[in-house]
Write a new protein. Structure first.
Ligand code: ACO
Length: 477
């Protein structure tokens, strides 16, 4: 049942909007936000560019999905400024924008939101997850497993290669879950979904889907949310929950993770965090997803490889280090001493600097004040937030002008998640829940003019070695 918002809730939501608009004003006061001409025009292939190791500087595709202006510190999705989307849009609407290329009208948005809610209902995948040692797996590995289970359920692509007996054992899966005997004598599943809310959520409304791929994107967007939340539940020894019909995707993530209805403020701030992480140029995980899709593999595998790429410490995960660093510092009065020592030891401060942004990351501009707002009503987070603000002023004062080092998106996101009671090991899975929309949009766009990715490496090894049989090789190494 839809919960009424109190006047206090409405005041808090309005304040969130105002804080984002103020952040926008500050950003626009500091720079003109003019786009870089060399990165915002169509390309005449083949293109000439200066390429560094790891393809740095390489132009690999054209896109209409998103643009990161690292010099000015701006982020655009499909022409819309991230500040405006965060102030006014929802994650559902932003995902529609990324996938379909335009802001939906009221009826399209309502249909899309309903479809995603139904796609979050994945009882069979959640039940299968319970049969794996989720508590022994890194959450990102479990998330990747979850997308593979969804693929199995939703694509049936592997059916041609199934052996007869495997078919039978898969069919018997429904009966293989643990049963208990009720006091009345009948057997009942220990683990069951009430299933009072939805019918089988097999397909999206036909007028929303233009292709099988888009349908799979919807499956993934909704399903990954439930998988990510289930991973947290299972790791804590709880059973997964089904989504509630009146909560947004962000609200349902929080509900399915914690078992508690989030406050409207928590739901909205999580919603904004998902908007902020939805797309960010051709970063490593987006590129990984595109490379896999370019072989005409399928979108579940593509998203699975995005998750794998995001799991590395150089990509997702700096927010965990930020929280640990702030805990190590202790309180705002210890910042100067801690930072002098870190500088002496030439340590990189987690949550600062970015490969593309050489200005204040707009995502940090938004999350900073929101973390502050959450901290106001959470006395256990308040000292951490104050420590973060003090450290920010010291790092920016010493490295801002000289080395263009400013807070990045990870600096405040950990504080936001911590204040919502989310365990640190789950932070990167939240990033993935959001980024599924960007991965899907970029993959679908690329497939329209697909060309398999195939860069080359310069060979620097020897060329004319003579093969020596193993028994004649030098035994001294
Ligand atoms: N703290 C202190 N100094 C820094 C920091 C930092 N966080 N980041 C860069 N610098 C300094 C470097 O020491 C270097 O100084 P030098 O010129 O005297 O050698 C200079 O700034 C340039 O640094 P690079 O490492 O070359 O910058 P690059 O653009 O390659 O690296 C990176 C970006 C990897 C993000 C780096 O800033 C970093 O390690 N930051 C901390 C980790 C972090 O927050 N990662 C999350 C990034 S956001 C994301 O992935 C979603």
């Amino acid at each position: 049942m839809k919960q009424e918002r109190s006047a206090q809730d409405n005041r808090e939501l309005e304040r969130v909007r105002q804080l984002i608009l103020e952040a926008k004003e500050n950003a626009y006061r500091e720079t003109d936000m003019e786009p870089e001409p060399e990165l915002t025009h169509s390309v005449d292939w083949p293109v000439t560019c200066t390429v560094g190791p790891g393809l740095e500087g390489a132009i690999a595709a054209e896109t209409k999905i998103g643009y990161v202006n690292g010099t000015k510190g701006s982020l655009i999705y499909r022409g819309y400024d991230i500040f405006d989307l965060c102030a006014q849009s929802s994650f559902e609407e932003t995902s529609y924008l990324l996938l379909h290329g335009y802001l939906p009208n009221e009826s399209e948005l309502e249909k899309f939101t309903n479809v995603l809610r139904r796609k979050m209902f994945i009882p069979r995948t959640q039940r299968l997850l319970l049969s794996f040692p989720i508590e022994e797996m890194v959450p990102m590995s479990a998330l990747r497993l979850g997308t593979n289970l969804m693929r199995q359920k939703q694509t049936f692509r592997d059916k041609d290669t199934l052996l007869e007996e495997t078919k039978d054992s898969i069919a018997s899966d429904e009966d293989s879950i643990a049963m208990e005997t009720r006091p009345t004598g009948e057997k009942a599943s220990v683990y069951e979904f009430i299933k009072h809310i939805y019918d089988r959520p097999e397909t999206a409304s036909p007028d929303l889907i233009s292709s099988e791929e888009i349908e799979s994107c919807y499956n993934l967007l909704g399903g990954v949310t439930s998988v990510a939340a289930s991973i947290g539940r299972i790791r804590d020894g709880h059973l997964p929950l089904e989504p509630l019909p009146d909560l947004s995707l962000a609200g349902n993530y929080l509900y399915m993770l914690t078992g508690r209805r989030p406050t409207p403020l928590e739901e909205r701030i999580m919603d904004i965090s998902l908007i902020l992480h939805a797309d960010h140029g051709m970063n490593a995980s987006t590129f990984a997803a595109m490379v896999v899709a370019s072989t005409l593999s399928d979108i579940y595998f593509a998203v699975g490889s995005g998750i794998a790429a995001l799991s590395g410490p150089l990509h997702g995960g700096a927010n965990v280090q930020v929280v640990q660093m702030l805990e190590e510092i202790g309180d705002a009065s210890s910042v100067s001493q801690w930072y002098s020592k870190a500088t002496e030891e030439k340590r990189k401060v987690p949550g600062f600097g970015h490969r593309v942004y050489k200005a204040y990351d707009p995502r940090a501009r938004i999350l900073g004040p929101l973390a502050g707002m959450l901290a106001e009503s959470n006395s256990s987070i308040q000292p951490m937030y104050e420590t973060a603000k003090k450290l920010e002023s010291e790092v920016v004062a010493s490295l801002g002008a000289s080395k263009k080092i400013f807070p990045n998106v990870d600096y405040y996101s950990g504080i936001v998640y911590k204040s919502m009671g989310i365990a640190e090991h789950l932070y990167t899975t939240i990033f993935a829940v959001s980024r599924v929309s960007g991965w899907c949009a970029r993959v679908i766009e690329y497939l329209e003019h697909n060309r398999i990715f195939r860069p080359r490496a310069i060979y620097t090894g020897t060329l004319k070695e003579e093969y020596v049989p193993v028994d004649q090789r030098d035994t001294n190494g």
